[in-house]
Design a protein around this ligand. Sequence first.
Ligand code: IYR
Length: 333
Amino acid sequence: MDAYDLITRNAEEVVTDEEVRELAEDPEGKRAYVGYEPSGVLHLGHLLTANKLIDLQEAGMEVVVLLADVHAYLNDKGTFEEIRETAEQMKAQFIAYGLEEDQTEFVYGSEFQLDEEYVLDLHELEVSTTLNRAQRAMAEIQGGETAKVSHVVYPLMQTLDIEYLDLDLAVGGLDQRKVHMLAREELPELGYDVRPALHTPIVADLTSGEGKMSSSEGVTISMEDSTEELEEKVNSAYCPPTRDPEPDEDGNERKNPVLELFEYHVFPRFEEITVERPEKYGGDLTYEAYESLAEDLESGELHPADAKGTLATYLDELIAPGREKLRELRAEE
Ligand code: IYR
């Protein structure tokens, strides 16, 4: 796979394609980042962007993980001490998941976001950005709630992070796109360069195939799940034998979350996938690419129950080291 294909595989969008193509011409040593509000337990949402970071490392890029403690504080996620503690646990789980410790720069937001220069730049952005504009940028991250002052400072800081961490590429889920668009508008106001952004897709809700998978509502899979819990969740997932399910009776769009998890979580991390089946049901199937598995599900060659069983096995393998790490951390407490 060439660098451009590796950098953009499974990306929902890149802004702009031209800028990312230029980056892909010489990715060696270029810097990309994802920022995460610290959370004690990683779930599939975190792992989707982590997979992208692993791709970028493979393409020769340097990877920065921002443990966004100040952002979490602005978002009312706890006391500063609590947030720092969960950030440490988060870092340990990322490493267990496969982000090489010596190839990944883990940075706390508070290491640079409280510096005078940063704070003065922040105030300058506060002057040049309308409340309305900042609020719109935040809409996807703080859905619906009555905005606090902190919620409009938040995207302005995320904008500055791109400059202060000296980045060449900002990565995030599609829910970060409005903030990244704000950053593209506002960074030049301070005389800083615009940087490209890459957004990963949002996986549909596991049980309905509608909307988005979320850790706060509905079902997600996390580093905390036991093998049995994980199997149970995957086995009760929505999995019609198609990539394009019909909308439900109310016209809500539906996706096939089982296929999405294969595409975004399993295939990027394994060379080959084996579906184990008894001889009387046709014996084992092996796949090197997502497309062929999706085709077999659609043709009926691969039964949804076998797809789910296989998905659970591979997801379990992916989260097992992080689950073990969490157990160790909790035993120390
Ligand atoms: N807004 C992110 C957290 C975050 C991301 C980046 I990229 C930053 O520079 C700072 C914070 C979230 O929703 O988790």
